[in-house]
Design a protein around this ligand. Structure first.
Ligand SMILES: Cc1cc2nc3c(=O)[nH]c(=O)nc-3n(C[C@H](O)[C@H](O)[C@H](O)COP(=O)(O)O)c2cc1C
Length: 218
């Protein structure tokens, strides 16, 4: 098959429809381009290094108006939300047949995910209600805290809980660190750039997520 022809694999159903796979990072910090963004870039660079099939993109929630779910039921039978805010502009990127994986990146706020992250995850309930659109998509989580042990692991696990509710396949930071996900610390003298241990988990999470997505696509 010529390399310039894009034929897509739908990894969610196992049907062959293409050769390119998208992994999207969601930066749930209210601050654009800061430590969570840097961590996600490291993670997604590592994902792309796994295969030329992998395409990546980061959506920054900073500056977007994404309100909490109102439980009105409007999305029960349609991929639409009654609230006229910026979540609606993200729906098409998330309902993309080439989307193979999602990495949620969040700062740790008081030992948990940011309110932006929680609002985003709750609003994603529409994908569950309309045929489990995220089923078998690979999910990973990156958490950045200002202190070394500031709640990153708990934060990661609560985001993973939302992924499991979507029937996603959660992966952690793979070999050789192999724990819950990417655990980063921004408060050291050199910021996250100086957090070698944390950066290693970000690289491993990106690699692991890409490897599993590729396996699912074969
Ligand atoms: C309201 C608030 C609460 C925070 N709580 C924690 C915390 O519980 N644990 C921690 O390690 N860092 C905490 N931090 C620090 C941030 O997680 C840290 O600065 C992070 O790198 C910010 O990510 P960003 O640069 O992408 O915005 C808190 C920061 C804010 C503003």
């Amino acid at each position: 098959m010529p390399s310039d022809v894009e034929v897509y694999h739908d990894i969610r159903s196992g049907n062959m429809i293409g050769e390119k796979m998208k992994i999207i990072g969601i930066n749930c910090s209210p601050r654009k381009g800061q430590t969570t963004q840097k961590g996600l870039e490291v993670c997604l660079n590592a994902a792309r290094d796994e295969s030329s099939k992998i395409r990546t993109n980061i959506i920054e929630l900073a500056g977007l108006d994404i309100r909490g779910c109102l439980a009105c039921g409007y999305c029960n039978k349609q991929l639409k939300c009654k609230q006229e805010d910026d979540f609606n502009s993200l729906i098409s990127a998330l309902n993309d047949k080439d989307l193979a994986g999602i990495i949620i990146g969040t700062p740790v706020y008081l030992g948990a995910m940011t309110s932006q992250c929680k609002a985003f995850l709750d609003r994603c309930v529409m994908f569950r209600r309309n045929g489990f659109i995220f089923r078998n998509m690979v999910g990973g989580v990156l958490a950045v805290g200002g202190v070394r042990n500031g709640g990153q692991e708990l934060t990661i696990q609560t985001v993973q809980a939302a992924m499991l509710c979507q029937d996603m396949i959660c992966v952690g930071d793979g070999f050789s660190t192999a724990h819950f996900g990417a655990v980063l610390w921004s408060g050291g003298a050199d910021g996250i750039e100086g957090d070698e241990t944390g950066l290693e988990t970000a690289v491993n999470l990106g690699r692991r997520l890409a490897q599993v997505a590729l396996k699912m696509g074969t």
